[in-house]
Design a binder for this molecule. Structure first.
Ligand code: ASP
Length: 446
């Protein structure tokens, strides 16, 4: 059994968190590959090391003194090393970074030092080998991961060591130059490792016990989602429930490796399992029809009415191409016989809304054209909704029972997600009432 365990910034924020990581690793010998982020915040007022490194680079670039910020980072790492009694010569490492800073230092190199330093310390603390991501994670020039090269390097480390720590978030180009991934990229490093090492599970340790059935800022102590499949995860995270970097899914999904979201501060909690196919588990323990409820506010709905539109082909294509020419992505397009509503994120359309309206008016000559702003979309997601008559009827009547007016409604043939548009001001109330009625009262999770 091989487990790849990735620990996010909050899990390595200070010496106490390092101790928790060690307990987790030592409690299961299959946790042989560890990926770490840079130190995150210890409290609200604290700063993430990666943010401080970006700031250091900005100061360096504009010739402003960076020392006060950079020394904060140094103190943080020195403090952890001292508290844990680690021997790594951190001062020498900081001196080396400083000397490169005086020459020609790239932003990517500097910000990658957060993960680098965390991994060096963690490797010593766990008694594992340190594998620098600059040596093992290789990008191609187009930015994709070179799996052949990365695979060879990782397999060599795996053969020669009982345990390995790899810094997340960065790798190197074929010419050896360090390059960072997008923010939150350590999740991707962990997923790449899991893919290459054919891990049985990819554990992603963070500060929440997995995905919740609704946003804890809206619903008090929502239930945790025990299992979720990748399609549901995509719907949930696209609509706002974010725990994992989007690109972390593909490397593991390809090989059918489950991702287990776990909480470093609550290691006995089994967390959420994300897997391609939940069928085997679902047979034993049938899931509730709602896996989770999520959503986002501030959509704009543009509705065009063209009477006897059913006789006219190309209307839909032409209206959508207006949005395309302004580079505005479309969220969803509910239609009826003569009416089409195009729903877009408010922030994506705010700078060109009136130009778009002008073009639609000119090119499509609709009889009516309406704009409605501040609409929220609530996504009710669940693999178990498929082929179950009556679900949407029950959901919709619950909105009615609570006096919430539905603005738009959509569901595809996959029957995995029902999207309900309401006014922004009804957003929280709508989520709460669906949660109360269908999840809490029905005891969705045992
Ligand atoms: N440290 C990087 C960030 O803050 C990468 C990561 O934590 O995954 O975005």
């Amino acid at each position: 059994m091989i487990k790849v365990a990735k620990f996010g910034g909050s899990s390595v924020a200070n010496a106490e968190q390092f101790r928790k990581v060690k307990n987790i690793i030592e409690s299961d010998p299959s946790r042989k590959f560890v990926v770490v982020s840079a130190c995150g915040k210890t409290c609200r007022e604290d700063h993430k090391v990666t943010d401080l490194l970006y700031l250091t680079h900005a100061h360096l670039k504009y010739g402003v003194s960076y020392e006060p910020i950079f020394s904060l980072i140094e103190e943080k790492y020195l403090g952890i090393a001292e508290e844990l009694g680690l021997k790594t010569d951190l001062r020498a490492k900081f001196d080396q970074i400083r000397s490169i800073m005086k020459k020609d230092l790239s932003e990517d190199y500097l910000v990658s030092r957060g993960e680098y330093l965390t991994a060096v310390l963690m490797a010593e603390y766990l008694g594992f080998a340190f594998a620098d991501a600059a040596d093992v994670i290789r990008f191609r020039y187009d930015g994709s991961i070179d799996y052949d090269y990365t695979g060879k390097m990782l397999e060599q480390y795996a053969r020669e060591n009982k345990g390995v720590v790899v810094p997340g978030f960065y790798g190197a180009m074929p010419n050896g130059v360090i390059r960072v991934m997008s923010r939150g990229g350590s999740d991707v490093t962990g997923a790449v490792l899991a893919n290459i090492l054919n891990a049985d599970v990819y554990e992603n340790w963070t500060d929440v016990s997995g995905f919740y059935m609704a946003d804890p800022k809206i619903v008090d102590h929502p239930y945790q989602i025990p299992r979720i499949n990748y399609s549901e995860l995509r719907e949930m995270s696209y609509m706002g429930a974010n725990v994992l970097h989007d690109d972390a899914v593909f490397p593991v999904k390809d090989k059918n490796i489950p991702i287990n979201i776990r909480n470093t501060n609550e290691p006995d909690n089994p967390g959420t399992m994300i897997m391609e196919n939940c069928a085997e588990y679902d047979r034993k323990e049938p899931p509730h029809f709602i896996t989770g409820i999520t959503g986002r506010k501030n959509y704009t709905v543009i509705t065009a009415v063209r009477n006897h539109n059913e006789f006219e082909t190309g209307f839909l294509r032409r209206i959508l191409s207006v949005f395309e020419s302004f580079n505005v992505p479309i969220e969803t397009i509910p239609t009826t016989v003569d009416t089409v509503s195009v729903i877009v994120a408010g922030e994506k359309v705010s700078s060109c809304l009136y130009e778009i309206i002008g073009r639609i008016r000119e090119e499509l000559k609709p009889e009516e054209l309406h704009i409605e702003e501040h609409v929220a979309i609530i996504a009710i997601v669940g693999r178990a909704m498929k082929q179950q008559p009556g679900i949407s009827g029950r959901l919709i009547s619950e909105f009615g029972n609570n006096g919430i007016n539905i603005k738009v409604l959509s569901q595809t043939n996959a029957e995995r997600c029902i999207e309900v548009g309401v006014l922004d001001r009804d957003f929280e109330k709508a989520i709460r009432c669906i949660y109360e009625k269908f999840i809490k009262e029905e005891g969705a999770v045992k």
